[in-house]
Design a protein around this ligand. Sequence first.
Ligand SMILES: [Zn+2]
Length: 543
Amino acid sequence: MAATLFTGGVIWPGDGSASSDALLVRDGRVCALGDAARQQAHGMQGQSASAVETVDLDGGFLMPSFRDGHAHPLLGGLEAEGPAVRACESVEQIVAEVRRWAEAHPNEEWVIGASYDSSLASEGLFDARWLDDAVSDRPVVLRAWDYHTVWCNSLAFERVGITASTPDPELGEIPRRGDGSPLGTLREWGAVDLMLDAVPARSLDTRLRALGRASEFYRSYGVTWVQDAWVESEDVDVYVEAVVRGMLTVRYNLALYADPRYFTAQFPEMLASRRRVAALESSLLTANTVKFFADGVIESETGALLEPYCSAVHKRGISVWSPSGLRDAVRAVDEAGFQTHIHAIGDAAIRQGLDAIDYVATVNGSRDRRPVLAHTQLIDEVDLPRFARLNVIANMQPLWAQLDPLMTVLTVPRLGIERADRQYQMASLLASGAPLAFGSDWPVSSADPREGIAIATSRTTSDGIPEGGWVPHEIINIDAALRAYTVSVAHQAFGDIAAVPWGSLRPGMSADMVWLGRDPRNSTPRELPGIPVVATYLAGIDT
Ligand SMILES: [Zn+2]
């Protein structure tokens, strides 16, 4: 069996032990570090000169691979199938791109695109008529960066029958013109689903292509495990098929989506999906998690707040579940052995999530459950110590902790300065002893861990704004940021108790590693995104 000795650079094991200068991988697992690695390699070479391949790290940095603790890989991979609106910097650019794409694809009956920057129109309110200018003979549906919002042309509204007389749906909002007719934007599931349910489903092949694209994309960033944070039954088909065809090149865990409107019917399906995935006996795919939404997002005033929005004094956002509804649903999935993963943005949603987890720990008894609250944007002071006490993993998106236009145009005016300055309390959570793990929420934001780590360690934009960082006492150091994007996500993923354990580079662990061109600990935050990813290894294999 072939072995590989890595030397000539710095090896950061990620488990708190000192850095090393050699690492031996054998049969896909870390076998030894430092002198022990060199001695074992030497012994093996004594038996057969070709037994050990040597990789010269060329002054680079070898560390546990990155893992993405919250993302939407299928959605991300699908963005490339429609108009490329992501990079557009104005409404005019989006409209022009939609026109271009529609002309280039005359046979597509719908124009489906994602995802556009909500801060490009005042209040995030986009008008259907702007899109009518580009395409009026086919429905157009565009999703916003937050994926909680869609913007459609008039024909799309006509097609699904949303008119002035359509009442505002439960758990959703239809912004309107003065005469009550829909303006062009739909917010949150209750409203968004009215539209998306009418959109023709993508074929299995298209979705497999999207997953392949996402996997390749992740490997290019050094990521080898991804939490798909929203999976419905038809998505399970895609992942299962990808395993059957041998297409997966990174590990995925599926979080099966729980909706308060359909939970009773969904629950047996979740059990069936988990059984289906387990039957594959793949080390690359698990379906161990259930995803809940406690609220929406601050930018749409749907994030659930304890005190009203500054921008709308009667609004406190949307609570997706009633307190007892969430508690009972979390209890049911926990009892069935699932991990809980709750989207919780506003302080009211975070409290509701913590309450549910607290309740479940009490009624279902203690076990190794590793519950996750994702995003945890605005935590009330009283609730912060509860993360450590209840062992709740705060999964944060470090890229969001910056004063970009989304923050300055949409978030700060809604929260007001006092609350705005209490967002993304990474250092406070770590100091409290809470587990902090990172995720990208791609395609909501960039999947590149280097960019996220640059923000976590500086809290400045890529232009260096503001000097000294935004809310600088929440800046974390580079070691903490590397851990949050690697071993802490492996903990969230139960990697340490997998059949072949993975997480750090301790001997016995799967050799899931990334080789960076330079030591990120010797770089300034602004240099981090430029450090090359030289190679990504999954179980010792670089593809
Ligand atoms: Zn998400």
